[in-house]
Write a protein that binds this ligand. Structure first.
Ligand code: FES
Length: 233
């Protein structure tokens, strides 16, 4: 199933994400060794194909990742507080010999891929070596919110991974933590006020209900121990 051209995620007021346009929904896990940073994303399942569906945003549903109406009884406050921005025209770049890095393009989901191979800072600093440059680009591209963005030194353009339009329900079974909805491939997200967010290749949407930058994930699920990973063990 391919997402339709008019595929959209509508943030509803104090309620779920209303998804339309045949957007595929999958579940992915961070693969990591105990006490180590993750090194890859792995798809573990596809959810049934649907033209439209509602995804929980409050973190309370008993039918995750779908909304079951629990937000109503909980009087969930989903007020949107995120800054609506895409890649800035003049990002503050960390310069490397082979590639540059915007380390702050979006909120952090604390997925920890940036800690791979000595850390993204080290990889950028050593990016004069092709192997380190390639790894820096790969590591930045694994960041689900798009906080880390590498920039080509010749063109000055951001380097983005090639992603299909899909919504990924992310999990980290090793830490027992459920992560954000990873919205990939440039899907339109519209706020409850009808105003669109800038269309980005990578966006992390909060699904624990605790973000201070609603609807974007800001990593609050980690302190909260938000966990729907149990059936992956
Ligand atoms: S948003 Fe409806 S149950 Fe969470």
């Amino acid at each position: 199933m391919a997402a339709r051209k008019n595929a959209k995620i509508q943030v509803s007021k104090d309620g779920p994400y209303l998804v339309t346009g045949n957007i595929p929904l999958i579940r992915e896990i961070e693969v990591r060794k105990p006490n180590s940073p993750p090194h890859e994303w792995k798809k573990v399942s596809d959810y049934p194909e649907k033209e439209s569906y509602a995804l929980c945003r409050c973190g309370l549903s008993k039918t995750m990742p779908y909304c079951d109406g629990s937000h109503v009884e909980a009087k969930f406050d989903g007020t949107e507080t995120a800054v609506r921005r895409s890649h800035p025209e003049k990002p503050k770049l960390v310069k490397g010999p082979g590639v540059d890095l915007d380390p702050n393009a979006a909120p952090c989901a604390r997925a920890q891929f940036c800690q791979r191979a000595g850390g993204i800072g080290h990889l950028v600093a050593e990016s004069g070596e092709k192997e380190k440059r390639d790894l820096a680009i790969e590591v930045a591209g694994q960041c689900p919110t798009g906080r880390l963005v590498t920039y080509d030194k010749d063109t000055g353009e951001p380097i983005e991974p090639d992603l299909e339009k899909v919504i990924s329900v992310t999990e980290d079974p090793e830490r027992g933590i459920s992560g954000p909805l990873w919205v990939k491939g440039g899907i339109l997200i519209e706020g409850a006020d009808g105003e669109p967010y800038p269309v980005c290749n990578r966006v992390g949407l909060c699904r624990c209900g605790r973000s201070k930058r609603m609807p974007l994930c800001d990593g609050s699920h980690v302190e909260a121990g938000f966990n729907h990973t149990y059936d992956l063990k």
